[in-house]
Design a protein around this ligand. Structure first.
Ligand SMILES: Cc1cc2nc3c(=O)[nH]c(=O)nc-3n(C[C@H](O)[C@H](O)[C@H](O)COP(=O)(O)O)c2cc1C
Length: 226
């Protein structure tokens, strides 16, 4: 069983999965543990749909891909990525993307392959479980607390999964099509999709799963005031 530090260190985003299903009791344990995540005023603003139904996942993914094929770049309630990219974040994004394409031997100018790789998000990287996390739109009207709380909840899901040998990939790509997801899952009108997390057993033979993007050194992100 990994320690918390080991789980933090060992977790990395996996983008290819075997078709092995997560037993329901383990999924319940992961989500029960994640439910212990702290939140401001104990608001627990996450509203979670844990989808394992194959037809439903295909329906949601296909609806997003259809929307993309119709020329839409988003259909969202929440803007996840910065509208204005500034450094050092812009550079980190570029380096991280370039590293993945280099590993996969995809040319920087090969837009079609890159698009197909992005669309893999909506095929859930072959995983059979996807956790969609919504919050009430009222929680995020002029306030950021629910984003913070639900971000912590995301990490809790991914760390708890590590204990059972289950890997994950968080997805902001679905946030960009949050209204499509909400419609296909028939969630109440008052909810907005914040993100999804793919969960499953990583394919250990998949090259893409060896990718470990570099993280900045402690000194670059932390200021100690002793
Ligand atoms: C909120 C959030 C959204 C993300 N969205 C996507 C996504 O849509 N597709 C994807 O392949 N990876 C996505 N990622 C994974 C990041 O690319 C990844 O966390 C980052 O490159 C660091 O790599 P690591 O997770 O392996 O440490 C997302 C991560 C987070 C935290």
């Amino acid at each position: 069983m990994p320690t918390v530090l080991e789980a933090l260190k060992n977790r990395s985003s996996k983008r290819a999965y075997t078709d092995k299903k997560i037993p329901k009791d383990i999924l319940e344990k992961i989500l029960t543990a994640a439910g212990m995540t702290p939140s401001g005023a104990n608001m627990q603003p996450w509203v979670t749909y844990a989808v394992t139904n194959e037809a439903t996942l295909a329906k949601v993914g296909n609806a997003i891909i259809e929307k993309m094929n119709a020329g839409f770049t988003n259909d969202q309630d929440v803007q996840y990525y910065p509208v204005k990219w500034t450094n050092p974040y812009k550079k980190r994004r570029i380096v991280t993307g370039a590293g993945l394409y280099k590993l996969m031997e995809v040319d920087r100018k090969d837009d079609e392959t890159r698009l197909q790789m992005w669309k893999d998000n909506f095929r859930w990287f072959g995983a059979s479980t996807v956790i969609f996390v919504f919050t009430a739109k009222a929680n995020i009207e002029g306030a950021a607390g629910a984003y913070i709380d639900c971000g912590a909840y995301m990490q809790s899901i991914m760390l708890a999964a590590q204990e059972f040998g289950i890997d994950s990939c968080p997805q902001g790509s679905t946030t960009e099509f949050g209204r499509v997801v909400a419609k296909e899952l028939e969630v109440p009108e008052n909810l907005a999709l914040l993100y999804s997390v793919v969960l499953g057993y990583a394919d250990e033979n998949a090259k893409i799963n060896t990718y470990q993007p570099e993280k900045v050194k402690l000194e670059e992100s932390v200021t100690f005031i002793d």
